[in-house]
Ligand binder design. Structure first.
Ligand code: G3H
Ligand code: ZN
Length: 291
C-alpha cells in the first residue's frame, strides 16, 4: 500500500532497524522491489532520480509505483521519494504529482546557498505535507560504477550539518560519512563522524551510497541509528548483468517478456537480501487469511 514516508520512518526508529530506499529505473525494477517487499513482509521506499523521471516520464512513474504498491505490495507500506532533486522546479513537480518525500541535493553549492535553497524547499513542501531530505557534503562516485577505487572520499563537517539542520528544518538528513555512489573497493563509514551527526542532529539519518559497503559496517551503522539506506548501483548491476547474460544465451528470442522476466527476479533477490540485512524483513504484521 502507498503510505506517507513518515509512517515508515517512525516505525523504523521505534523498531531499531533501517528501511531500504531502492532506486528504480523502469517497470521491471519497480516490480522487483515491490515483490521483494511483499515476500519479505518489509516496508520499502521506492525512489526515483531525475534521470529515471526523464527516462520514464513523471506521470507514468508515479502511476506505475502507486499501482504496484496498491496491488503487488498491497499488504506492506511503500513510500515514493525523489532522490537527488537538483532544482526547486523538479521538486515542485514531484510534490504536485503525489510524492510524500523529496530530496533537495544542493550539497555541491557553498553551505549558505545550500541552506537557503533547502530552506525554501522545506517551507513549500511542509505547506503541502511533504517531507524533505537535505544533504551536506557532496557524495562522490558514479552511479553504477563497479569495482573501482576512488582517490578521495570527502567528508561532511559536523558543525555544517548542525547549522544546516537547525536553519532548514529538514525532516531527514544525509551527509557524506565515507560512502560513495557506486561500488568502490575503498568505501567506508567513518563511525565517529556518523555517531556525532546522529547524536547531535537527532534527525532520521539517510545513508547514501549503500552499494559496496560491507555487510558488517551496514549492521553497525544501523545500530548507531541510521534509519534509511539508499541502494542504487546493486540494483542496476543485478539488472544489467542478468539482462546481458540472458540475451547472449537467447539471441534468437523474440518475446521481450522472456528476456526481461529474469531481471525482475534478479532485482527482487538483491532487494530481499538488503531487507534481511537492514532488519526490515518480517516487520510488517500480516494477517494470513485461511482458505
Ligand atoms: O541516492 C542513491 C544512492 O545513494 C545510491 O548509492 O549506488 O552506491 O547504492 P549506490
Ligand atoms: Zn545518493
Amino acid at each position: 500500500m502507498l503510505v506517507h514516508i513518515k509512517e515508515i520512518v517512525k516505525e523504523a526508529e521505534r523498531g531499531g532497524y533501517a528501511v531500504g530506499a531502492f532506486n528504480i529505473h523502469n517497470l521491471e525494477s519497480a516490480l522487483g522491489v515491490a515483490r521483494a517487499a511483499n515476500k519479505m513482509k518489509s516496508p520499502a521506499i521506492i525512489q526515483v532520480s531525475e534521470g529515471a523521471i526523464k527516462y520514464m516520464g513523471l506521470k507514468p512513474i508515479t502511476h506505475i509505483v502507486s499501482t504496484i504498491a496498491k496491488n503487488i505490495a498491497a499488504r506492506v507500506p511503500i513510500a515514493l521519494h525523489l532522490d537527488h532533486g537538483s532544482s526547486f522546479d523538479s521538486i515542485f513537480e514531484c510534490i504536485n504529482s503525489g510524492f510524500t518525500s523529496v530530496h533537495i541535493d544542493a550539497s555541491s553549492l557553498p553551505l549558505d546557498e545550500n541552506i537557503s535553497l533547502t530552506k525554501h524547499v522545506v517551507e513549500v513542501a511542509h505547506s503541502r505535507g511533504v517531507w524533505v531530505q537535505g544533504e551536506v557534503g557532496a557524495m562522490v562516485g558514479g552511479h553504477g560504477d563497479n569495482g573501482k577505487k576512488l582517490k578521495n572520499i570527502p567528508l561532511a563537517e559536523v558543525k555544517d550539518v548542525l547549522e544546516f539542520v537547525k536553519v532548514t528544518k529538514v525532516d531527514t538528513i544525509a551527509a557524506a560519512v565515507g560512502t560513495a555512489h557506486g561500488v568502490y573497493t575503498n568505501e567506508d563509514i567513518k563511525f565517529p563522524l556518523l555517531k556525532e551527526i546522529i547524536g547531535k542532529t537527532k534527525k532520521p539519518f539517510v545513508l547514501h551510497g549503500g552499494s559496496g559497503v560491507a555487510d558488517e559496517k551496514v549492521k553497525r551503522a544501523i545500530k548507531e541509528g541510521v534509519d534509511i539506506i539508499n541502494i542504487g548501483s546493486d540494483i542496476k548491476i543485478a539488472f544489467c548483468t542478468t539482462l546481458i547474460n540472458h540475451c547472449l544465451e537467447n539471441k534468437k528470442e523474440t518475446d521481450p517478456r522472456k528476456l526481461l522476466a529474469p531481471t525482475i527476479e534478479a532485482v527482487e533477490k538483491v532487494v530481499a537480501g538488503k531487507m534481511k540485512l537492514f532488519g526490515s524483513a518480517g516487520r510488517v504484521k500480516i494477517k494470513e487469511v485461511e482458505t
